[in-house]
Design a protein around this ligand. Structure first.
Ligand SMILES: Cc1cc2nc3c(=O)[nH]c(=O)nc-3n(C[C@H](O)[C@H](O)[C@H](O)COP(=O)(O)OP(=O)(O)OC[C@H]3O[C@@H](n4cnc5c(N)ncnc54)[C@H](O)[C@@H]3O)c2cc1C
Length: 78
């Protein structure tokens, strides 16, 4: 089940045992494994359903040391 707001999530009275932050491949893989094992899990995702510049701006940052690409193009916040 997907809730589009924290209020909607609270109203559902779902009581997870585990909370995962971020619905990327890592978070979703763990959530699916836990769910398959019968462990109630909630995934909290900060980004929107579709790409947006406003959300992506949170990923702006610089790197030091070895060269790496800009942080806001090597990660997607959605
Ligand atoms: C443009 C692009 C192309 C790519 N192409 C490939 C490819 O072809 N093949 C390949 O193997 N890999 C590719 N990658 C790399 C791949 O996407 C990453 O390795 C993978 O997404 C990392 O997974 P992750 O779950 O660790 O993190 P992410 O996928 O970064 O997931 C993190 C999630 O957490 C959310 N989040 C962040 N902060 C918070 C917060 N405070 N609270 C809640 N949620 C939060 C983010 O919105 C995001 O959904 C590509 C990456 C990019 C950016």
């Amino acid at each position: 089940m997907i809730f589009d707001s924290y209020e909607a999530y609270r109203a559902a009275n779902f009581t997870p045992k585990v909370c995962i932050l971020g619905s990327g491949p890592a978070g979703m893989t763990i959530a699916r494994k836990l769910g398959a094992a019968g462990i109630p899990v909630v995934v909290m995702e900060a980004g929107p359903r579709e790409f947006s510049d406003e959300s992506q701006d949170f990923y702006r940052g610089s790197t030091v040391g070895d060269f790496y690409f800009d942080l806001d193009i090597t990660r997607l916040r959605l």
